[in-house]
Design a protein around this ligand. Structure first.
Ligand code: ZN
Ligand code: ZN
Length: 313
């Protein structure tokens, strides 16, 4: 080849260290991501919205509010795509019914610029969720949400945090994926064993060849034996095909980058046990129905989700 091939593991390590330098954000490191782009990042490449913008969501409450405003089927007109975000949850059915009578808009299909709406099965399963704050950690709640929406499917990008943000997350995900595809091998990329580095080096910069391994064949079963998998998230059979091969996010390149374990309750730091007794309706139906706001959501926090102000239109 004439040039010295850097071990693939070193390339990945260098890349990850640069990403980490660029995305260091202690303050928002535990903010959650919209699970829709984690589930299918390629679908969201052109979606510029609260799904992909900003810092993510401070806790499960804010995340479920986002999901209600943007993704829940019940909260919008399927014909003209108006959302009923200004209405109280219990009023939406009636407002929607009245809206539908007068809705003469042409049917508007969602495009690649729009966030996804749940289908009726997702809407129903998600609506049954009831997070008991004392019994579930944020990561467990997140997992429940994913399971309701996508069953046993894994997320393409498995960890639930927004950091380092949509763009960087997709870059990292695609870069590692393509690099591995280019090199035609998958093993020991992230955490090479000392005696594995030789093998990695040999194949590191080899061009794709007859031995090039189809990425499709490298999905779950071939990756299952890799260690250090994060908790199982889900993707699977009946998703819409994005045309992109299935990548197992439990694979080492997406090992959580120097973030603390998610299994604690600090995201619920404003939790007040006394208050909770008076607000048993917080975690009903996967959304916030209480008029009081236990987390002190800033007013207007979700304004960018409120595309339809005129609920009687
Ligand atoms: Zn979203
Ligand atoms: Zn309509």
């Amino acid at each position: 080849m004439g040039t010295t091939a850097a071990p693939l593991a070193d390339v990945v390590t260098l890349f990850n260290s640069k990403v980490s330098q660029l995305t260091d954000d202690e303050e928002h490191k535990e903010y959650l991501a919209c699970p829709f782009w984690k589930h299918n990042p390629v679908r969201y490449l052109r979606v510029k919205s609260s799904c992909t913008d900003g810092f993510g969501f401070k806790n499960i409450g804010k995340l479920t509010e986002h999901i209600k405003r943007v993704h829940c089927l019940w909260n919008g007109c399927e014909k003209c795509r108006k959302r009923f975000n200004k209405a109280k949850k219990e009023e939406v059915d009636e407002i929607k019914r009245r809206h539908a009578i007068g809705c003469t808009q042409r049917t508007k299909d969602l495009t690649e610029l729009d966030a996804e709406w749940m289908d009726k099965y997702q809407d129903e399963a998600y609506g049954k969720l009831n997070f008991q704050r004392n019994k579930a950690t944020p990561s467990q709640c997140y997992e429940k949400i994913c399971r309701a929406l996508w069953g046993s499917e894994k997320l393409e990008i498995g960890e639930p945090y927004h950091l380092p943000g949509f763009q960087m997350s997709v870059l990292r995900w695609q870069f590692i994926k393509d690099l591995q595809s280019l090199c035609g091998q998958k093993k020991n990329v992230e955490r090479p064993h000392p005696d594995a580095r030789q093998d990695v080096a040999v194949v590191a910069l080899s061009p794709p060849s007859a031995e090039h391994v189809d990425p499709v064949l490298l999905s779950t079963q071939n990756l299952d034996n890799l260690s250090s998998a994060p908790p199982p998230f889900f993707r699977g059979q009946h998703r819409k095909d994005s045309g992109v091969w299935s990548y197992d996010p439990s694979e080492p390149p997406f090992t959580r980058p120097a973030l603390p374990d998610f299994a604690h309750e600090e995201a619920l730091e404003e939790y007040d046990p006394e208050q909770e007794q008076n607000n048993s309706d917080y975690y009903i139906a996967g959304t916030w129905t209480g008029s009081a706001d236990p987390y002190g959501f800033p007013v207007g926090q979700f304004d960018r989700d409120a595309e339809s102000d005129d609920i009687f239109g």
